[in-house]
Design a protein around this ligand. Structure first.
Ligand code: AMP
Ligand code: GLY
Length: 423
């Protein structure tokens, strides 16, 4: 089978590293892919947001199956258009992707179907939002309704911060139409957990839990980022909590989407807060998380492509999905100023990183070039550059292996958090 994978980050590198193991796949194209992915698949310079370009490419290259990994093409309806060509897809259609692309839709779904989440109010008038914020007890959370490249959420500690966030969304239109409407939410306290789950729209199978570390610096300081590292499973997520979530959050979400005529197929991402009143949903994403995927897929024992086929054909209960019982620690190597923009194009020296037992290195912002000595070199091309994941028998060992490997790697300005899995 000929497969296209849309996207070009660490998540897509991790997905493709598993797809290449399936003997039914003869060829993988990545649109656009990255330096690391180019070693496993043919990278084609078509952006993940260029739906026309993707459809044209699929038409001309006898594509049998498509994995649409990032949020933007899912929200833009890439699956709908590819399915219209008769191509089977992993990922939800546009009407179901709304669970991520409109935070207001997600909150109203939860309110309607009694799925536990933070209290909230919706605003589409600037002055009303400011008046409400002025009267609130802080912290509060200000969220743009639509997709904002992971930057549309501000946990405001005081009125000044809330005011800046509201004005930036609703007046200055920092996120364009995505910020026309906003949510102001109660700030939940507790431990954050990510649960990724395969679902064919009826059956839902959670993967091992994980813990993302979203802030830029050690000690959970600094700006929110796309994610600086992951430990999996999440040690706070006990079997009792997992049972509660299955009964009160996971299955009810799938049922709610069906009742709304928005059958969700693909990977559904549950961002949860374990509060003193029980687990609550912080957010849904309509896709695999990044960098959670780089930590979770190395623990998956079943064949990823067979699971994807079962998801898209509505036969998820026919496959056995098992995990190794080991632990992953994934540390992200970022460019100097990430999440602000940084200089790129620096050559990456990997040292002996890949020789460390249990380590896999997934590329995110990299390109592959021919160096001055005629050999292949990798250069930086983005904010998050690499995800270095180690699998081991226990979390401490996974941590020490991941850090042993990342300390072998060098590029100018490289930085990483030192406390992944320890906070
Ligand atoms: P998101 O962009 O929706 O992933 O949100 C980014 C981060 O903001 C989450 O991972 C949480 O750490 C934080 N956050 C979002 N909503 C809330 C909330 N209601 N209470 C506390 N923290 C939140
Ligand atoms: N790691 C957070 C996300 O994928 O949205």
């Amino acid at each position: 089978m000929n497969v296209i994978v849309i996207g070009g980050g660490g998540r897509e590198h991790a997905i493709i590293s598993r797809l290449v193991k399936n003997p039914r796949i003869s060829k993988i194209y990545a649109l656009p892919g990255n330096g690391g992915i180019s070693e496993l698949a043919e990278c084609v310079k078509i952006s993940a947001e260029d739906i026309k370009g993707i459809v044209e490419f699929a038409k001309n290259n006898a594509i049998d199956y498509a994995v649409v990994a990032p949020d933007d093409p899912l929200a833009l309806g890439a699956v709908d258009e590819l399915e219209a060509l008769g191509i089977e897809c992993f990922g939800p259609r546009k009407d179901a992707a709304l669970i991520e692309s409109s935070k207001i839709f997600a909150k109203e779904l939860m309110r309607k179907y009694n799925i536990p989440t933070a209290d909230y109010k919706i605003f589409d008038v600037l002055d009303e939002a400011l008046t409400y914020a002025a009267k609130s007890d802080f912290p509060i959370v200000v969220k743009a309704d639509g997709l904002a490249k992971g930057k549309g959420v501000v946990v405001a500690e005081n009125f000044q911060q809330a005011r800046d966030a509201i004005i930036s969304c609703m007046k200055n239109r920092a996120f364009g139409a995505s910020g026309e409407k906003i949510l102001i939410e109660e700030c939940l306290k507790g431990v954050e957990v990510t649960v990724l789950a395969f679902t064919d729209g009826n059956v839902i199978v959670p993967m091992v839990s994980s813990k993302d570390h979203k802030r830029a610096f050690d000690g959970n300081k600094g700006a929110n980022t796309g994610g600086m590292g992951v430990i999996a499973p999440n040690l706070s997520y006990t079997p009792e909590i997992a049972n509660y979530c299955m009964k009160n959050i996971f299955q009810p979400t799938i049922d709610a989407m069906n009742r709304e005529n928005r059958k969700f197929k693909g990977c559904l991402y549950f961002g949860l807060m374990l509060t003193k009143d029980g687990p609550k949903v912080i957010e849904y994403n309509c896709r695999f998380g990044d960098p959670e995927t780089q930590a979770v897929l190395p623990l998956l024992e079943a064949d990823l492509f067979e699971i994807m086929l079962a998801v898209s054909s509505g036969k998820l209960s026919d496959v056995k999905i098992s995990f190794s019982g080991k632990y992953s620690c994934c540390v992200v190597a970022a460019s100097e100023n990430y999440p602000a923009s940084s200089e790129t194009g620096f050559e990456i020296d990997f040292g002996d990183a890949s020789k460390v037992d249990g380590v896999e290195i997934f590329h995110a912002g990299t390109d592959c070039k021919i160096g001055s000595n005629g050999e292949k070199v990798f250069v930086t091309s983005g904010g998050r550059v690499l995800s270095v994941n180690a699998v081991a028998e226990n979390p401490e060992l996974a941590r020490s292996k991941a850090y042993e490997a990342i300390r072998e790697i060098y590029f100018p300005g490289m930085r990483f958090r030192h406390d992944i899995g320890a906070v």
